[in-house]
Ligand binder design. Structure first.
Ligand code: SD4
Length: 336
C-alpha cells in the first residue's frame, strides 16, 4: 500500500486526540530507500564507532559521525546530531518549526543519557530551539533530572540560551488549517522526518543516547509524551545497550518501552528481537487499537549489533557505520 493511502486509512479509522506527527513520516524519502528490512548484524564485535537514529535523518547522523570520527564521545555526538534536526525548520516535529499544540504553542520535550546512567530532561519547554542541549545542562549543572515548562525555560535563559519564537509561518498555517475541522479527529501529517532519537557508541565502546521532539501535533496544551521520560522514550545502560522510541508516546509510556528493550537485551535477546518483543507487548494488549497508531523502536547493544521494529510499515532507521550513512527500512508487525 502506498504510504499516503495508508495514512489516510489510519486517519479514518479514528483514535482519540490528534495523533498527528507521530503516526508515520518520511513519505517522500521512503520512495528512494533501496535497502530492505533491518536484520541484526552478525554476532561478532561490530566496527566502532557507530550511530543510529530514528527516521531518515542522514544530516543528523553525519554530524554525529563527524564528532565520533574525530575521537569525540558518544554524548557529544548524540547531542550535536539531534541539534541538526532541532535547527531544521522544515522538520515539523522537532525544535524550530515544530507543529504546535491545539492552542498554537510549540512545546518541546527532550532528554539525554550518558554512559554513567546520568540523565537530563526537559518537558513542555517553549521558546528555546535546542531542547536537547537544555536537557544536557539539566543533567550536568543541576541536581535534578527533569525540568518542566516555565522553570525549564527560565533555566535555559539563565544558561545563555536564546529566546525565540519556534512557530514558523509554515507551521502556523498548518495549525490554522487544522483548526477549521479539528474537533480532535486524528490528523495525519506527512513530513520528511519525525521525532529524532539517536544512539551512539564511540571509539571507546561507550554508549549515549538522546531524543528530542515537539511531540504530537495539535496535542492538548500541557501534554507531555514519552520522549523526555527516561525509560520510556530513551534508555541507556552502558553495560548492555540502549533504545529509543518514536510514535504515539502514550503507548510507549504505558509499556516503559525503551527500558523494556534494554532489559530484554540484558536477558540475551538481540536488539532486533528485543524491539520486536516490545512492539508485541503493545499490539497484543487486550483491545489494543494498534491499527490506529504507530510506534517504532531502534536499539543497539554493547557489541554494536543494531535492530529496529515498528507496528506499521514505513518506519526507518538511519545508521552511520564504517563510513556508510544509510537509511534502513524497519521490519514491522502489521502485514495485513
Ligand atoms: C510523542 N513520541 O510526543 C513522541 C512523538 C513522536 O514520531 O515520536 N513522533 O509522543
Amino acid at each position: 500500500m502506498k504510504r499516503r493511502h495508508f495514512l489516510k486509512n489510519a486517519a479514518l479509522s479514528g483514535a482519540g486526540v490528534a495523533v498527528g506527527s507521530t503516526l508515520l513520516s518520511c513519505a517522500d524519502n521512503d520512495k528512494k530507500v533501496e535497502t530492505s528490512v533491518a536484520t541484526p548484524t552478525p554476532n561478532s564485535k561490530a566496527s566502532l564507532p557507530l550511530v543510529i537514529a530514528t527516521w531518515h535523518v542522514k544530516e543528523a547522523t553525519a554530524k554525529a559521525w563527524e564528532v565520533l570520527q574525530a575521537g569525540g564521545n558518544a554524548l557529544d555526538a548524540v547531542e550535536q546530531g539531534c541539534m541538526v534536526e532541532e535547527a531544521n525548520e522544515k522538520g515539523q516535529s522537532v525544535g524550530k518549526g515544530g507543529l504546535p499544540d491545539r492552542d498554537g504553542h510549540v512545546t518541546l520535550d527532550a532528554c539525554i543519557m550518558d554512559k554513567h546512567g546520568n540523565c537530563g530532561s526537559v518537558v513542555f519547554l517553549e521558546n528555546i530551539v535546542h531542547a536537547v542541549s537544555v536537557a544536557r545542562k539539566v543533567m550536568e549543572d543541576t541536581p535534578h533530572v527533569m525540568l518542566a515548562g516555565k522553570g525549564a525555560e527560565q533555566f535555559a535563559l539563565e544558561q545563555g540560551f536564546k529566546k525565540e519564537n519556534l512557530l514558523t509561518e509554515a507551521s502556523k498555517k498548518a495549525w490554522e488549517e487544522w483548526k477549521v475541522n479539528s474537533e480532535y479527529k486524528p490528523i495525519i501529517n506527512i513530513e520528511n522526518h519525525d521525532t529524532i532519537g539517536m544512539l551512539a557508541i564511540d571509539k571507546n565502546g561507550d554508549i549515549s543516547g538522546a531524543c528530542t521532539t515537539s511531540g504530537l501535533a495539535y496535542k492538548m496544551h500541557g501534554r507531555v509524551g514519552d520522549s523526555p521520560i527516561i525509560g520510556s522514550g530513551l534508555f541507556v545502560d552502558n553495560e548492555i545497550g540502549a533504545c529509543v522510541a518514536t510514535g504515539l508516546g502514550e503507548e510507549v509510556v504505558k509499556t516503559v518501552g525503551s527500558f523494556l528493550v534494554v532489559e530484554l537485551m540484558r536477558q540475551g535477546k538481540t536488539p532486533q528481537e528485543a524491539c520486536e518483543e516490545a512492539i508485541s507487548r503493545i499490539v497484543n494488549k487486550p483491545n489494543s487499537n494498534y491499527k490506529d497508531f504507530q510506534v517504532g523502536y531502534i536499539a543497539v547493544n554493547k557489541q554494536g549489533e543494531t535492530g529496529s521494529y515498528s507496528i506499521h510499515q514505513w518506519f526507518s532507521m538511519t545508521k552511520y557505520q564504517d563510513g556508510v550513512n544509510e537509511q534502513i527500512q524497519s521490519d514491522f508487525f502489521n502485514k495485513s
